[in-house]
Design a binder for this molecule. Structure first.
Ligand code: SAH
Ligand code: SF4
Length: 469
């Protein structure tokens, strides 16, 4: 069952927040305690961390990038692939010495990884210096859990098995002053056979459209230029809810807000991407002309074994329809190489699809077996070396396609948002989500400008600012 956290439940956290504030004031006097928060994985985790930072801020914490200086250290982990899990274990393990030198430091681990039984067990058995381990469904109780860990001084583990919660009103400390993440739904019901997400993030549940639109309105009023709507499958927003607002309608309502801003969203599932959605994007000028639409494999047998719910042809039909109504739209995607039992011929279907569609960029992954998922029990005869060779082939093809696509942009003049600054250069993000490197002062970050694209290589475009808005 999905539970809505009541305002009273959230309010019951307040005394713990105050107690923690007092406790650190006793320890540190007027110097604010410092927190180090490291996030692995997807934007949902980034958004969760922003909310945990909001609660830490309320407790009086300031933030540091150096774990050695921190009083509280948190790793928000990812379970999607082995590599991300290994890195989290490595990072946490490296803190054993720090905890010995400074026993007052509280080390905590949260996120998708610890929501898995065997991982929580490993933290209990092999990482006793970690003081707090908590799952994805109890973030709203963070002050209470942190308080318990501080008082008890031994490892606290809280990983309830439930379908998920919706908690409104948790404070948030956003990483950027011009780009904001807004979660619109949580969890996933798709159960792709390779994927751990439905097992660690619970069932699909959507936030109320009124609260989402209000949050977007406030952010735009506060000067945010980009609103990114988050969900594992944003296209199924509103399913099963009484309000009857689907994702297209939500986009229309946010698009209708006054102000100069861009709406992005991720991630879309092809089986739920409708013509209505593409028609809506065509009509809504504030919605980005970029669509991240993971296809995972270009072969029908593999797609079926993955339980993706669409065929190669249906995927290509979607791309064709989208381009017929939004000619300037750009596509990016996710691909898995070496799904158990995938043959060379089947992998070649993936190569052909990449060649045919012409994605702006691709996120390519070698299949990683996940405990508890059906695919992890399938025979997997292809040697790891061969999978690496296939991946290289795929990335080489994509590099060529990206180069071709970016070359088409050379000479164009477009409106772009000026983002990260380094070494006298800024990254100017075009509406279709590609980035142009332009010379500019760091003070311009967060402003819109018209930029001219002067040249393009496989991944990088260089250009210049024509006019700042
Ligand atoms: N909900 C999103 C993405 C979730 S995970 C979607 O369905 O598109 C992000 C990406 O990680 C997936 O698109 C997939 O390409 C990859 N991924 C997920 N599980 C994986 C696994 N077991 N091995 C390798 N890649 C995986
Ligand atoms: Fe995982 Fe599939 Fe859900 Fe995406 S749609 S989170 S890949 S189960």
């Amino acid at each position: 069952m999905i539970r809505k956290i009541t305002p009273e439940e959230l309010e019951s956290q307040r005394p713990f927040t105050e107690n923690i504030r007092r406790l650190y004031a006793q320890r540190k006097g007027d110097t604010p305690p410092l927190a180090f928060v490291r996030t692995f994985g997807c934007q949902q985790n980034v958004s969760d961390s922003e909310h945990i930072k909001g609660m830490l801020y309320d407790m009086g914490f300031a933030f540091t990038e150096e774990p050695e200086k921190a009083d509280f250290i948190l790793f928000n982990t990812c379970a999607v692939r082995e590599h991300a899990s290994d890195r989290a274990f490595g990072n946490v393990g490296a803190l054993k010495r720090l905890k010995k030198e400074r026993p007052d430091v509280l080390i905590a681990v949260c996120g998708c990884m610890v929501q898995q039984e065997h991982v929580a067990h490993k933290f209990r058995e092999s990482y006793p210096f970690v003081g707090l381990v908590f799952g994805t469904h109890v973030i709203h109780r963070f002050p209470e859990l942190m308080h318990e860990a501080l008082i008890k001084g031994k490892q606290i583990t809280v990983i309830p098995k439930e379908d998920g919660v919706i908690a409104e009103g948790i404070p948030v400390c956003r990483d950027s002053a011009f780009k904001a993440w807004i979660p619109i739904m949580y969890g996933c019901n798709n159960f792709c056979t390779y994927c751990v997400v439905p097992h660690v993030r619970g069932r699909e549940r959507s936030r109320s459209p009124q609260l989402i639109v209000e949050e977007a309105r406030q952010l735009v009023e506060a000067g945010y230029k980009e609103i990114a709507l988050l969900g594992q499958n944003v296209n199924s927003y509103g399913k099963g809810e009484e309000h009857g607002v689907n994702f297209s309608e939500l986009l229309r309502r946010i698009n209708a807000l006054p102000g100069d801003f861009t709406i992005r969203f991720m991630t879309s599932h092809p089986k739920d991407a409708t013509h209505e959605l593409f028609d809506t994007i065509a009509a809504c000028k504030k919605v980005s002309r970029h669509f991240h639409l993971p296809f995972q494999s270009g072969n029908d047998r593999v797609l079926k074994a993955m339980n993706r719910g669409y065929t190669r042809e249906q995927y290509l039909d979607l791309i064709r329809y989208a381009r017929s109504v939004i000619p300037e739209i750009s596509f990016t995607s996710d691909v898995i190489v070496g799904f158990p039992g995938e043959t060379r011929e089947e992998f070649e279907d993936t190569l052909r699809l990449v060649d045919e569609v012409g994605f702006t960029s691709l996120f390519t992954f070698i299949y990683s077996p996940r405990v508890g998922t059906p695919a992890a029990t399938l025979p997997d005869p292809i040697a790891p070396d061969e999978k690496v060779a296939w991946l290289k082939e795929l990335t080489a093809l994509q590099e060529k396609k990206s180069g071709e696509r970016l070359k088409q942009l050379v000479g164009t003049v477009q409106r772009a948002l000026l983002e990260n600054a380094a070494d006298g250069y800024l990254e100017a993000r075009l509406p279709e989500n590609s980035v142009v490197r332009v010379a500019g002062d760091p003070s311009l970050v967060g402003r819109y400008a018209t930029v001219r694209v002067n040249d393009a290589r496989s991944w990088i475009m260089n250009g210049e600012i024509c006019e700042i808005e």
